[in-house]
Design a protein around this ligand. Sequence first.
Ligand code: MG
Ligand code: MG
Length: 233
Amino acid sequence: MNSKVLLMLQLQNQLNDATNGEEWVKGITKNKKVINWRRCIYMECAEMIDSFPWKHWKNIEVEPDWNNLQIEVVDVWHFIMSLAIENYSQTLRGVVEDVANDISELASFAQIETLATEFADQNSVIEKVENIMRIALAKEKLDLEGLVSEFFDLVVMSGLNLDTLYRLYVGKNILNQFRQDHGYKDGSYIKVWDGEEDNVVMKRIWEEGGELTPEKLYHELTKQYLALTKKSE
Ligand code: MG
Ligand code: MG
């Protein structure tokens, strides 16, 4: 089993427990709201398509926003992992470790272990995204393997690989957890740290910190945040 895949699934599971309550795998939040991961997926896919100048009535000379596409790919990965964990739970296929194991064994997984050197042609990226939407919107039983395989194709086409997906995903996950733990919901959280947005600070720590673990990233954020809040007292 791939350890990065396992870690990402574990982090997503924790984040869902914390934000939606531990019964989230039953498809309902602690506030009794219905969870629809498939909808989350296709809505996020629409955001991906908006990274391209697809609107025929607008200036077609604009370059695709590949940076934004990569961010949306990471966003959709949150929801695909959540859907996979929910599906395994509901169909009694197993827990997070079983999902990680099966995902690591998919034929399409092997391709994301090497770094793609260039972006795919924008029309084929859009087609790939629409395949993902089609699977998410299908009325039949969920084709989870198909969905994950199409997603891994998209990872490569977007110029990402397992390492970069892992970095972007873990960074965002830890920052989300950090915000939740420091008053994001009640509005007391400070988003701009000494003139820089928290996600910029996180990105710098995470990218320049060498072989950081998610725990160390969290710890480093805490250190800098405490220094900041002390200064403003
Ligand atoms: Mg969104
Ligand atoms: Mg998004």
